[in-house]
Design a protein around this ligand. Structure first.
Ligand SMILES: [Zn+2]
Length: 343
């Protein structure tokens, strides 16, 4: 259970953390049963990027009449349960953004993620942190200050150590999933809050850096989130975002069978649409395709092949000692680094 006192205590234990950057108290969100949603309980959604309400084409039609969206469809990252529900996925004719329409409301999503088991990539988190850190270091010289860094959707806090190593004085990760927070390593757990991102919890201009990895897809309105990041950053502050790339070759090949088309992802980006969200507010320094380092085991787990073949392959590689060897390839992720104007 998340309570105001939990939040306060966490901040107290952050060595040198600036309590003033927190602007408001939190309400308690006890575990509770969340009613499933039918299509007609979801909200018709204008394009998050350009605001168009009716100029879209349906890319993948949802199963409107029969299915309900249950919290477990959204919360699970492993297995195929999050493929059991499909949104009506549309593409805006004006700006090209791909998004779920209709979409569940923010309260449903927030409660769902609080009870979810996100952060299940734990075995690979060392490799993911290494990959994302490698790109950030190219831009670290442009950081105005290394005061307060916030990681939104921090999982088990895997990137917080990178931020500490980069010299930030205060680091804070926000993760709605209690299960992910419980898995945090001892060194970073004091800096991880079991809490959804809410702009109102922070004072405007109080942050120097925000990272947001594969999280923008899950949030109900990316435009509002990006605008909030801009308000929270100090002049010269930097934001680093990683998103799944809807324009990747693997999505073209697999279509609706691709793992990124699932009940958790309300918006799907490509390099142009991701950049367009941030260009409304920020100076975008770079948008780039990411080469991910994962173990060979993990790459095999991502392949769209039958489970028994995966198990055979991984078994063979384990015997030969190759299964944990790192391999760097593109997994269809895009990165973006942007900076708030100094004045
Ligand atoms: Zn649009």
């Amino acid at each position: 259970m998340i309570t105001a006192s939990t939040f306060e205590r966490k901040i107290d234990t952050c060595e040198g953390a600036d309590r003033n950057m927190i602007a408001s108290d939190h309400e308690s969100h006890p575990d509770q049963f969340i009613e499933p949603l039918s299509y007609n309980q979801m909200n018709e959604t204008a394009c998050y990027l350009c605001g168009s309400e009716s100029e879209f084409q349906v890319l993948f039609p949802g199963e409107k009449s029969t299915r309900e969206l249950r919290p477990e469809h959204i919360a699970a990252r492993k297995g195929s349960i999050n493929k059991e529900f499909s949104y009506n996925l549309v593409k805006c004719n004006r700006c090209g953004l791909v998004y779920a329409n209709p979409a569940p409301d923010a309260d449903f999503l927030e409660q769902t993620y609080e009870q979810s088991d996100q952060g299940l990539y734990q075995d690979e988190n060392y490799n993911i942190a290494w990959t994302y850190g490698r790109y950030l270091r190219r831009f670290a010289g442009l950081l105005n200050r290394r005061g307060v860094a916030l990681d939104v959707g921090a999982g088990d806090g895997f990137f917080l150590q990178e931020l500490i190593d980069l010299g930030f004085q205060n680091v804070l990760g926000l993760e709605p999933s209690a299960e992910a927070c419980r898995r945090a390593k001892t060194g970073v757990s004091p800096f991880l809050l079991n809490q959804s991102f809410r702009e109102s919890d922070f004072k405007p201009g109080s942050l120097d850096f925000i990272s947001c990895f594969q999280t923008l897809e899950h949030l109900p309105n990316p435009d509002r989130i990006v605008a909030g990041f801009h308000r929270l950053l100090a002049p010269g502050g930097m934001v680093y975002c990683v998103a799944h790339n809807f324009a990747s070759w693997s999505v073209k090949v697999l279509g609706v069978r691709h793992p990124i088309i699932n009940a958790g992802h309300l918006t799907l980006f490509d390099e142009e649409t991701l950049k367009a969200f941030f260009e409304k507010h920020f100076n975008v320094l770079a948008v780039f395709k990411i080469a991910n380092r994962y173990s060979i085991n993990y790459w095999i787990s991502l392949l769209p092949i039958p489970e028994h073949i995966k198990r055979t392959l991984i078994g063979t590689l384990t015997i030969s000692g190759l299964s944990t060897m790192p391999l760097t390839l593109s997994a269809g992720n895009i990165g973006l680094v942007a900076q708030k104007a100094i004045s």
